[in-house]
Write a new protein. Structure first.
Length: 415
């Protein structure tokens, strides 16, 4: 047995050596811009972007340079020490999020860890106020660690791992349910995604975040937004809550923040930050390598004016898929787009797309999600549209389901 991967038998090696958790659609070896290549040299247009992570695409010179420079300067020190890279990114995130003077940032390594920090903030707030319950929404995805999993009420994810965290309640994402749950005065914090990505790019109902903000303030609870997927420009605003004209008490970030380098963050607004030395930390969290890359990625998004491109390309893509076989509409904002299908063929469409050199994903049976790089241009939009239309047509040709999306509703989120 050799330690070198045989590119013909990689699936066997994956079965032998990795936990059996699914995935493994291809063996990818290289990326550049919006394209990745597998071990056989097949090129794919990557419109999943590592699940909304590769904000600048693959091997962007800014990313490469930031990793290389910082790795050669100072990659890691413990959190007994501060570094300029960590301070610079914290200041940048506070400015972009509009936290004001009182905001604080904690750096972690993933979205789940950012949300664990949010859970601990909610507990600290709960102890200070005598309120016990953390509320999240049905359909939510907040992560896989035990605290974040407890906020993720999907039976297939939760049931094998019970008992979960006590003091967590779930409500439907409706304004009535929101008003009901706040009525009993036990809510310490409400945790919500502005757009539920894993549920199939499902926006919150109109006015939900504003009502949540008002109720949380009125009842002394924290409003915590999980912007792990929607944050750092993905929706065409720096953060999706900014589309609603509200300010949360805290926000979790990860995915796109360092363009593919593992980094998460919990950002607090106002003076709700109840942490003190000894209550929380992370060995890797906020190390100079990760935070240097985070700063470089955010600076590039800002300097290159990529938010405008996100908005414009999002509209262009939504127009492009309109009227294709099975397509009943689109949801989301910016470059986080759910394409709804008239039949449960999303997995077939994903596989047919991959055979045509296009990577998309199927978060539910009848939704295709795309989350491409913020840097895409006309060429990528055209390449996507051609391959996606061909994939849909191929599935339509063999599917027992009617493929006409005509007459179905289009669910528009503000684009
Ligand atoms: C992906 C995601 C998470 C979990 O992030 P990890 O980095 O996988 O731990 C949490 N919340 C939301 C909204 C996500 O999309």
């Amino acid at each position: 047995m050799t330690d070198t991967v045989d590119t013909r038998t990689w699936q066997h090696e994956a079965c032998r050596d990795l936990l059996n958790l699914g995935g493994r659609l291809a063996l990818l070896v290289r990326g550049e811009g919006s394209h990745v290549w597998d071990a056989d040299g097949t090129r794919y247009l990557d419109f999943l972007g590592g699940i909304a992570v590769n904000a600048l695409g693959h091997a962007h010179p800014v990313f490469v340079d930031a990793v290389a420079r910082q790795a050669a300067t100072l990659a890691h020190v413990s959190n007994y020490f501060a570094t300029p890279q960590q301070l610079e990114l914290a200041a940048r995130v506070k400015r972009l999020a509009g936290t004001g003077e009182h905001g604080h940032v904690f750096f972690a390594n993933s979205g789940s860890e950012a949300n664990e920090t949010a859970v601990k903030l909610a507990r600290l707030h709960g102890h200070a106020t005598g309120k016990k319950t953390i509320v999240s929404l049905t359909g939510a995805f907040h992560g896989r660690t035990m605290g974040s999993l407890s906020l993720t009420p999907k039976p297939a994810y939760q049931d094998p791992f019970r008992p979960l965290l006590p003091g967590v309640a779930h409500i439907d994402p409706t304004i009535e349910a929101l008003e009901r749950v706040f009525a009993d005065e036990s809510v310490a914090a409400l945790v919500v995604e502005p757009i539920q990505g894993e549920a199939g790019v499902v926006p919150l109902p109109d006015g939900f975040l504003r009502r949540a903000r008002a109720l949380a303030t009125e009842h002394g609870a924290l409003l915590i937004v999980d912007e792990v997927q929607t944050g750092v420009g993905r929706t065409g605003e720096w953060f999706a809550f900014q589309r609603e004209g509200i300010v949360p008490d805290a926000m979790s970030l990860a995915k796109g923040i360092a363009g593919g380098f593992p980094l998460g963050a919990l950002v607090t607004f106002g003076d709700n930050d109840l942490f003190y030395p000894g209550t929380h930390n992370s060995t890797f969290g906020g190390n100079p390598l990760a935070t240097a890359v985070g700063s470089a990625v955010l600076a590039e998004i800002e300097d290159a004016g990529l938010l405008a491109n996100v908005t414009q390309r999002g509209i262009q893509l939504r127009d492009a898929v309109c009227g294709l076989p099975f397509v009943t509409g689109t949801r989301g904002a910016g470059l986080l787009i759910g394409i709804t299908l008239s039949a449960p063929v999303a997995a077939e469409v994903r596989d047919a797309a991959q055979r045509r050199g296009l990577i998309v994903n199927a978060p539910t049976a009848d939704v295709i999600r795309i989350a491409p790089a913020y840097t895409i241009g006309d060429a990528e939009v055209d390449e996507f549209t051609t391959a996606f239309a061909a994939a849909l047509a191929a599935v339509a040709a063999t599917s027992p389901h009617p493929s006409s999306g005509a007459g179905a509703d289009t669910e528009e989120t503000t684009a």
